[in-house]
Design a protein around this ligand. Structure first.
Ligand code: XUL
Ligand code: CO
Length: 436
């Protein structure tokens, strides 16, 4: 089989002192941190679309990156060669998971039937490669936003014909995910949102989205899909207002339409930033509701207000995120998917390796430090102590719902003057900086 990345061998762990740009300095897959190996904690996944399809085009110019598998003679051959290239990359970088949209796994055909046929062919090859290389599908999803037919949305499109077309696509994507033993199935909102309220029936569109997701859930469950359906919150882009705005919004939606048992959240760093939140805020909100499903790991540029999809490098941001994940007992059947792309001027074949090595090392380092920080427990002890007045006496009764407002007011009247309790934020920030 031809090598698509001939200049790179399997990337090895060499330790923090290594200066080899094609070695890991922190990610040591089999190193045990707490109760699991790094590979088990982090479950890294490679995003098929950016890594093997992203060509660097932007609104000001065409792509700068080309891929050898594009030269295959027909669509099925091209898809199979792309899989060969992808699995060679994933094996060399040591990622044990990957994620795709239907139409980056294959090129979209002229008809739904042609696309489905291509998906089935690609899935046969993907299955062989998964088995041979020990790599799993973290999640599949459907691209129901790029084709012009989805310009007004997919499940929330005002035209029923488009909704039905989207259903055919999603059904095939679920079938393919099941055929490949996918651990999860993702719905990112795509163009589910509006550009203007003037031409939009907001109530109906949200109800249509809930109906569509319920149907997808029922279909998946009838057809042996055991994993979670994941919704990926994002506040804006491409639409002015995306219905899956942020974690709180999506959780409210799932509760309203009785979808909490089967759905969880796929939290993306850059989407959190766009919503005006931190990454750890979005993770904590999902964790509190028991729906922290998976992660799309890509940062934004903090001077730009759009989704720049850069590889994660920020030690503080990742340390705080790993703290939430460890407190949650891990990420379960989810993983850390690099929904990130190399820059338009990163045109060497090695650049994709540098990018993933940087992201994997940044998370591994954050895992080591977050674990050590929590073993020391300074912040955890402080937070526990800060709320300790609710652990006993009337505070406990309040939490248990055993006080009326009148009783609570009487306690307030009787207690007299009391001391202020410092929140010690600067002290807490200094504790964190010891582990960055
Ligand atoms: C878009 C985005 C998508 C989803 C999958 O912002 O994050 O790539 O992750 O459709
Ligand atoms: Co994403």
């Amino acid at each position: 089989m031809p090598q698509y990345f001939p200049t790179v061998k399997k990337v090895q762990y060499e330790g923090p002192e290594s200066k080899d740009p094609l070695a890991f300095r922190y990610y040591d897959a089999d190193r045990v941190v707490g109760d699991k190996t790094m590979a088990e904690h982090l479950r890294f996944a490679v995003a098929y679309w950016h890594s093997f399809g992203g060509k660097g085009g932007d609104p000001f110019g065409p792509g700068t990156i080309s891929f050898p598998w594009e030269k295959g003679r027909d669509a099925k051959t091209r898809a199979r060669k792309k899989l060969d290239g992808a699995f060679e990359f994933m094996e060399k970088i040591g990622a044990r998971f990957y994620c795709w949209h239907d139409y980056d796994l294959v090129e979209e055909g002229k008809t739904l039937a042609e696309s489905e046929d291509r998906m089935q062919d690609a899935a046969k090859h993907a299955k062989e490669l998964q088995k041979a290389k020990g790599i799993d599908l973290l999640w599949g999803t459907s691209n129901a936003f790029s084709n012009p037919r989805f310009m007004n949305g997919a499940a929330t499109n005002p035209d029923f014909q488009v909704v039905a077309h989207a259903a055919a696509q999603v059904k095939t994507a679920i079938d393919t995910t099941v055929a490949l033993g996918g651990h999860n199935y993702v719905f990112w909102g795509g163009r589910e949102g509006y550009m203007s309220l003037l031409n939009t029936d907001l109530k109906r569109e949200r109800e249509h989205m809930a109906m569509f997701l319920t149907m997808a859930r029922d279909y998946g469950r009838k057809n042996k899909f055991k994993g979670k359906f994941l919704i990926e919150p994002k506040p804006m882009e491409p639409t002015k207002h995306q219905y899956d705005y942020d974690s709180e919004t999506v959780i409210g939606f799932l509760r309203e339409f009785n979808l909490m048992d089967d759905f969880a959240l796929n939290i993306e760093v850059n989407h959190a930033t766009l919503a005006g939140h931190t990454f750890d805020h979005e993770l904590q909100v999902a964790a509190n509701a028991g729906v922290l499903g998976s992660i799309d790991a890509n940062r934004g540029d903090y001077q730009n207000g759009w989704d720049t999809d850069q590889f994660p490098t920020d030690p503080t941001e990742l340390l705080l995120a790993m703290r939430v994940i460890l407190k949650n007992g891990g990420i379960g059947a989810g993983g850390i998917n690099f929904d990130a792309k190399i820059r338009r001027n990163s045109t060497d074949r090695e650049d994709l390796f540098y990018a993933h090595i940087g992201g994997m090392d940044a998370f591994a380092r954050a895992l080591i430090n977050a674990h050590a920080m929590m073993e020391e427990g300074t912040l955890e002890d402080f937070v526990k102590q800060r709320y300790s007045s609710f652990d006993k006496g009337n505070g406990k009764k309040f939490e248990e719902g055993k006080l009326s407002l009148k009783q609570l007011a009487n306690i307030g009247k009787k207690q007299g003057a009391f001391d202020l309790q410092s929140g010690r934020q600067e002290w807490a920030e200094n504790v964190v900086s010891r582990w960055v």
